[in-house]
Design a protein around this ligand. Structure first.
Ligand code: SF4
Length: 163
């Protein structure tokens, strides 16, 4: 039997109730398909940075090429906290031999090219969440994809292994 590869997966996709509102984004079809083939390592950049559940909503703001993550209610800028935590977590994943990441769309942390970036009250662009930006810097060449619906499981999987 082929060795199962290691994938990082957004913890909320796995059914963990780690979203800001205490809910999950469980995707049972995706997880059922991946589980026999891969070792799935849950990743939640916001909880791992110590932001807790539930937590105040955040969003990307500012320069779409270098956005900040800002807590809406308090205007706290948590970018540096999230970057430091992401770098540490990604080093752990590299040590485990991670081959790719499958993450949740539109999140200020996990979105892959789908997360709105705001200037004032208006979204002015869409781009990568902060965790994905750190992934691209720290894990060049490691595929990072979104679990976008409707998706084809083989297509998601092929992206991880063939890109
Ligand atoms: S930070 Fe990522 S893993 Fe955590 S709840 Fe948000 S989308 Fe899910």
């Amino acid at each position: 039997m082929a060795e199962r590869v290691v994938l990082g997966v957004s913890a909320c996709l796995l059914g963990e109730r780690v979203r800001y509102d205490g809910r999950d984004k469980h995707d049972p079809d995706l997880i059922a398909w991946l589980a026999p083939r891969c070792i799935l390592v849950p990743v939640c950049p916001e909880v791992e940075a110590g932001l807790g559940v539930p937590r105040a909503p955040m969003r990307l703001e500012g320069d779409p090429c270098d956005p900040r993550v800002v807590v809406l209610a308090t205007r706290q800028d948590v970018t540096d906290l999230l970057v430091a935590s992401a770098e540490k977590r990604l080093a752990e994943l590299v040590a485990r031999g991670v081959r790719g990441l499958i993450l949740t769309p539109r999140s200020p942390s996990c979105g892959v090219g789908s997360t709105p970036v705001y200037a004032g009250e208006q979204p002015v662009a869409v781009g990568d969440g902060l965790f994905v930006r750190v992934c691209r810097r720290c894990l060049p060449g490691v595929p990072v994809v979104e679990a976008v619906r409707p998706w084809s499981v083989p297509a998601v999987f092929d992206k991880i292994f063939l890109d």
